[in-house]
Structures are given as structure tokens and as C-alpha cells.
Design a protein around this ligand. Structure first.
Ligand code: RIB
Ligand code: CA
Length: 307
């Protein structure tokens, strides 16, 4: 199944790209970027830098929306570094950004195949605009797999996860769109953690991509050590990527889901009806449990696949 990625690299987005490229049977149609972890100019540059590092500069990248539909962008340099990749200063990419912008790239690439998976690891601004302005893509999307939301705890506020909180209006529009949707929330991504021992294993793989991944992830693990007192760091976007490629690795529940857009304490919360109180027209597939060992194995094998 071909995959199109919308992301905001960001360390875990960048790692997700490396993992996807390391799964050789996969076709990555293209990458659109959005303002999120860092501003749009950097998320686009970072996606191109990672593709160049992996020798896949031919995969098209284009920047979409710089910020949310209504809110003002709040970025996360404290988590991802000033450059968005842990301040590792990857070289400039040779390949230029694709012309026409990220939303056109997303639409063109999705329409170019009968069915595709749309993997989104960022605020859903680009996806919301693409679905609103180009409804013809709906029938070409086998499913949207989103790293976002949560069935319980948040990470930006006690109630809200960053990708939902950054643009709750976009998240609400896409979740209500009726396009088949799989939510890979914090309740799932926190089941898969990498730590300093994992980074040592990546360095021992002996290739430049794995070594760069370890260098980039070092910043991310240090952040988690500082805020959580442990080096066990949830690698959110890579979990969504592996779940998109290997859906059997994620146990889901079909639930009604909506997004709070105005709550004083709950803005950005994904409200998940786990007890079937509401009969939704089209339930969302909400991730509940994941095979963490398998995910870490896929990530390691993907990094090992680079020369
Ligand atoms: O809450 C985690 C999500 O927010 C991840 O996608 C991370 O990259 C940030 O965008
Ligand atoms: Ca992200």
C-alpha cells in the first residue's frame, strides 16, 4: 500500500521517515510539511535533509500551511531543538522543494494511485484543507493514520496531546470527515519507548543513517530525562508509522471521537467514547494496545537496512 506522509519534523517525525525508508517493500509517494514542532520553513528543510541523508532525495517534499486554521502556532523547540532535529546541523539537501506547495503535492500524489494510506504525524491543518478543497481525494484514501490525541492523558496540557491541541479545529474537521481514520494516541505511543541503550544499539549498527538517528535522538532522550526523570522516551511518530505499515501490530476499538475546541481546561482534548454511549455514523479506529517489542524490532531492522 503506497503511503503519503504529512509531518512536522521534529525529531520523532524525522525518525519515522528513516523507519519508513528502511522498510524496503514500502512506496513513500511524497511528504508534505506543516508548521508545528518548528516553523514551516524548518519542517520542510528537515524533511528534505532526512531524505538526502537516506539517499532518497528523489521523493518530493513541499511545505503546506505555516500554521493552524484559527489558533496561533505554538512550536516546541524545547523538545526538538532550535533546528528541529536536535541541533545536529545536517547538510543542506541537494534536491529543491517540489513546486506548487504541500497541499497540491498531497492531492496530486493521493490521486495518482487507486488507494493510499495517508500517514499524518503533525497537526492536521494540511489534511483538513486538502479534504475541504479537494474532496475527490476521499475515495483514494484507504485510511488516515494519525499520531495524535489520546484516550486519557495529554502532554501539552493534562487533557490535550500536542498535534490535536495545536490545531483542534483541523483535528475536528478531519475526524468528522467520515474518511476511515485510525488514531494512534499517547495512550499507545507511550507503550513504545527507546532509551540510551537503544541509541547505543543504533550506533553499533555501523551505518551513517543509524548513527545520525542516534545523534538526533540523544537530544530527545535528554529532554525526557530532564522532564520525566527517565531516559525511556516515547517515540510517538515512529509508532504511528509502524502501525500504518503493520496494522495488525495495533489493537483498536471502534469508537465515537470528537475534539474539544473551546474548553477552558480541555481545549484540544480528543473525547473518546470508550463505553459506546454514542452511536457514531462512522466510528474512529482508536488505538488501544500495541506490540511494543515488534515495533522496536521493525525500527531497529529499518535502521540496519541502510548501507
Ligand atoms: O504529541 C506528540 C506529537 O507532537 C508528535 O507528532 C511530535 O512530533 C509532535 O508533533
Ligand atoms: Ca510530529
Amino acid at each position: 500500500m503506497p503511503i503519503f506522509l504529512d509531518c512536522d519534523p521534529g525529531i520523532d517525525d524525522a525518525f519515522a521517515i528513516m523507519v519508513l525508508l528502511g522498510i524496503k517493500r514500502l512506496t513513500l509517494l511524497g511528504i508534505s510539511t506543516v508548521g508545528g514542532n518548528v516553523p514551516l520553513e524548518l519542517t520542510s528543510l528537515n524533511a528534505r535533509r532526512v531524505l538526502e541523508l537516506c539517499g532518497r532525495g528523489e521523493i518530493p517534499v513541499a511545505g503546506g500551511r505555516p500554521g493552524p486554521l484559527q489558533k496561533t502556532l505554538v512550536s516546541a523547540e524545547e523538545v526538538h531543538g532550535r533546528d528541529g532535529l536536535g541541533n545536529i546541523s545536517l547538510p543542506e539537501p541537494a534536491a529543491p522543494e517540489a513546486k506548487g506547495g504541500g497541499i497540491s503535492l498531497l492531492v496530486d500524489k493521493i490521486l495518482s494511485v487507486p488507494r493510499a494510506i495517508l500517514l499524518a504525524t503533525a497537526p492536521l491543518t494540511n489534511v483538513a484543507v486538502a479534504l475541504a478543497e479537494h474532496p475527490e481525494i476521499r475515495s483514494h484514501i484507504q485510511r488516515i493514520v494519525w499520531m495524535g490525541g489520546s484516550t486519557s492523558f495529554g502532554n501539552v496540557t493534562p487533557a490535550a496531546e500536542y498535534n490535536a491541541w495545536a490545531d483542534p479545529e483541523a483535528a475536528r474537521q478531519v475526524i468528522r470527515s467520515g474518511v476511515p481514520f485510525v488514531m494512534v494516541g499517547l495512550n499507545v505511543t507511550h507503550q513504545v519507548a527507546l532509551d540510551r541503550a537503544t541509541l547505543a544499539h543504533y550506533r553499533a549498527l555501523g551505518n551513517r543513517v543509524a548513527a545520525t538517528a542516534a545523534q538526533m535522538l540523544d537530544f530527545y532522550v535528554t529532554f525526557h530525562e530532564q522532564v520525566a526523570g527517565t531516559d525511556r522516551s516515547p517515540i510517538h511518530d515512529a509508532v504511528a508509522a509502524v502501525a500504518a505499515v503493520y496494522p495488525a501490530s495495533l489493537r483498536t476499538a471502534a469508537c465515537a471521537v470528537d475534539v474539544e475546541t473551546t474548553g477552558e481546561l480541555t481545549e484540544g482534548a480528543t473525547v473518546v467514547d470508550l463505553r459506546g454511549l454514542v452511536a457514531p455514523e462512522r466510528p474512529i479506529e482508536v488505538g488501544m494496545d500495541v506490540d511494543a517489542e515488534f515495533h522496536l524490532e521493525v525500527m531497529r531492522d529499518a535502521l540496519a537496512s541502510f548501507a
